[in-house]
Design a protein around this ligand. Sequence first.
Ligand code: NI
Length: 176
Amino acid sequence: MSLRHIITLPDPKLRLVSKPLERIDAALTKLIDDMIHTMHDAPGIGLAAIQIAEPIRLLVVDVARKEDPPAPQVFVNPEILWRSDERSIYEEGCLSIPEYYAEVERPASIRVRALDRDGVSREVLADGLLATVLQHEIDHLDGVLFIDHISKLKRDRVIKKFQKASKRSGEGSHVL
Ligand code: NI
């Protein structure tokens, strides 16, 4: 397993719409293992393939509590089949927007269909944190970030901050 580099704002790849996967082969299984390793190392509770610059419809999540053993789940070509009218609010963050958090309101429960790492189709009825994480990660596959769900004023402020930081690091700092 290897750690993969997580891309961050303002990398334009974060806005790509990822492509469905045709088949699950050995290379993909290796990528899935790398993603789980990278997510746990970060640490994060969800990671979409585009965050490691792979524009494919694949994501991993792990919502196990810290005191419990890790329980990663793999979703290939996930589709949201149903969303509840009831909504819930969570404070969200994103490994591609480090150190920024904001409250986001989303449907409280969803039903998702996806292939697992063996290519088997399954449906998951998710609520609570899992529902939020899955919606956040599926958004990534469509080039949508959680800051797209907050006010334009707040969003513009975050984007500007990351643009400035990236300009600074391109200007004279030396990464050794
Ligand atoms: Ni994210």
